[in-house]
Design a protein around this ligand. Structure first.
Ligand code: UDP
Length: 325
């Protein structure tokens, strides 16, 4: 098969491309390198089955052409992460909404099925964990720019459902919870690569706030397995699924685990939120997915636990390969 992977030079996208190529498929990558990097894909760019277009999903005619030439589309391209959205609010909103509309429209036009990645951010300030897919979206006011990210992805989901209903588009929506593993850059603020890098450099591990906030970390390989299982399940189309781990950990505990597994002498320091976040930023207290919908349909269960994930991430940093910036 020929796959189009938008955002294929990013952390998750490049792992996906590698997997597809290793399974004998042809892959077209569309990426504007805004957060992705050529370093992530350079090892398989020489393969004849891979072609790369360095361009934006805002380029509607190119999207149209690349979708036409594909059998299936994995749409991962987005301005991701709250930090990036805080720095570039206009671009983030336009790329995430107009760019996704271009992809949805082209897939509708050429009758191509797609998997669209969304985010756990859209649960916003909801505290009723674990979140089921039909949980309310509770977001803050529009003067707090961090909420625009959640809104753009929620709008992407609304659009996808609308195309599915009005135009019979075959689309699966996946809400990715914290996805980590080898190759993730510490550059955009993600906690695990930051802690590992700090620990290996003997620098203090910087816990933001009191460290009691929790997250559930899923290995990127497990996230891809879940996505592939969904893509090959007829009943997944027209539906939204949480994809994540349910192993909840406080950020303080994570810092201790990284310190232990790296045998680092680094100290763990707690930084007051007002020192690390822009004015008006709100951090999430707990973020835990309910994955029974995904498990019920596909039988998916994560293979790697938190210790495995941290170990893999440390090995990656120790290997000397630099994560893409
Ligand atoms: N965090 C931290 N130290 C860091 C980077 C992040 O304590 O150096 C915290 C951050 O405040 C959040 C958690 O780790 O509470 C997860 O952050 P990340 O950006 O990885 O994911 P998200 O907040 O999007 O779930």
């Amino acid at each position: 098969m020929r796959f189009l992977v938008t955002g294929g030079c990013g952390f998750i996208g490049s792992h996906l491309v590698a997997r597809l190529v290793n399974n004998g498929h042809y892959v077209t990558i569309l990426d504007d390198l805004s957060t992705g990097s050529l370093d992530n894909v350079v090892s398989f760019l020489t393969r004849p089955q891979v072609e790369l277009f360095i361009d934006t999903i805002l380029n509607a005619s190119l999207v149209e052409e690349l979708v036409r030439r594909s059998d299936f589309v994995y749409h991962l391209a987005a301005v991701v992460g709250v930090k990036k959205v805080l720095d570039n609010p206009i671009e983030s909103i336009l790329v995430n909404v107009h760019g996704t509309n271009n992809v949805l429209k082209s897939c509708t036009h050429w009758h191509r099925p797609l998997l669209l990645t969304s985010t756990s951010e859209i649960y916003g300030k909801n505290t009723a964990v674990p979140f089921t897919e039909d949980a309310d979206i509770i977001i803050g006011t529009t003067t707090k720019r961090r909420w625009s990210y959640a809104c753009t992805k929620a709008l992407d989901e609304f659009l996808a459902f609308a195309y599915a209903e009005e135009e019979k588009l075959k689309v699966i929506i996946v809400r990715l919870f914290n996805t980590v593993g080898p190759g993730q850059s510490p550059h955009y603020g993600m906690v695990l690569p930051r802690f590992v890098k700090q620990a290996l450099a003997g620098q203090p591990l910087t816990v933001f706030g009191d460290g009691q906030q929790t997250r559930c970390f899923l290995h990127v390989d497990d996230a891809l397995t879940a996505m592939e299982k969904l893509a090959s399940s007829a009943k997944a189309y027209g539906e939204v699924f949480n994809v994540g781990s349910q192993e909840e950990v406080t950020i303080g505990q994570l810092a201790h685990l990284v310190k232990e597994l790296t045998c680092s002498p680094s100290e763990i320091i707690f930084l007051p939120p007002e020192k690390v976040y822009p004015v008006g930023f709100e951090d999430m207290g707990r973020r835990v997915p309910d994955i029974s919908k995904l498990t019920g349909l596909t039988g998916f269960q994560p293979k790697k636990n938190l210790r495995d994930i941290v170990t893999d991430t440390i090995a990656y940093f120790r290997s000397g390969k630099s994560p893409a910036l």
